[in-house]
Write a protein that binds this ligand. Sequence first.
Ligand code: ATP
Ligand code: MG
Length: 333
Amino acid sequence: MPLLEVDGLEVQFFTPRGVVKAVDGVSFKLEKGQTLGIVGETGSGKSVTAFSILRLVSNPGRITGGSIRFEGQDLLTMRDRDVRRIRGREISMVFQEVMTSLNPSYTVGEQMREVLRVHLGQSGQQARKSALDLLTRVRVPGPETILDRYPHQLSGGMRQRVMIGIAIACQPKLLIADEPTTALDTTIQAQILDLLEDMRQQLGMAMIFISHDLGVVARVSERIAVMYAGRIVEMGDKYEVFDSSLHPYTIGLMDAIPRPGSRHKPLQPIRGAIPNLLHLPSGCPFHTRCPRAEARCAVETPELLQWKTAHWAACHFAGDLRSVVAPLADPVT
Ligand SMILES: Nc1ncnc2c1ncn2[C@@H]1O[C@H](COP(=O)(O)OP(=O)(O)OP(=O)(O)O)[C@@H](O)[C@H]1O
Ligand SMILES: [Mg+2]
């Protein structure tokens, strides 16, 4: 049984201007200990997908379809009480906006002890010792001093370490990291990515790692899902997706990242604007920006099909590069 199985997930926002299909039929599987990277431009539905897994989509948003099974149990039909027990203990999350997830009015120690109290029933000396252990584990220098600091007294990188410490406090089976390094400068970003990877290996956690930066996603993920306008347009083993991309959008994303040795080559941003989810183009949602688009792309929406053992793509012309092995019966091996 996979650790996590997302099947046909649909999330819509009912706004005064109309219905926004933020997530439109997303399916994937994650085995125990595996890492899936989700990449895509702003507004493609990455965070909404992540929040759905924790059942944290709030008004005017609603999960309108699909299922999310965690160790076989559907999180979407589970009682609130049971979801709260899973959240934080079995599945935890690290965000970009650390300042909004750490409470500015409480010290680091107070917040860590609260998590340890709620989820593990620890208090007093025991909680303090656990908090120190966690800070040491996430390589915070001088953990005793840090316990008495308020979040704003720490650097961005240090706050993110504290968040990771809190996230792993209960040794979750799944860690969802949503743009955890985006606000940090490059050196600190690399340290945090290394830390996440070390923690993942030590605790045997599975991880969903979200970023708009393909380079960052590639660094930590074994598999990659590329999202566009609420859908997965390409998914597969990292090397497959990188070395033999099947979707023009993925190829466009790769042309838009800086690479060593190509410093003087101008980066090619993907032409055209990110689509308005209130008025999605007909057919393939990417066709208005796609260099390969033909007439049928404006009419027929391509399905996510499996083209190789570990490689799926939703493009009418993916077959020009690979021959199809089977329609998508089973989202991910
Ligand atoms: N509270 C909301 N009200 C209305 N629409 C929303 C709301 N939250 C999200 N959306 C819609 O859902 C879409 C997907 O949002 P999401 O936050 O998942 O994007 P993302 O891929 O995480 O982007 P980013 O890279 O900027 O974080 C957005 O384009 C937006 O239209
Ligand atoms: Mg986001």
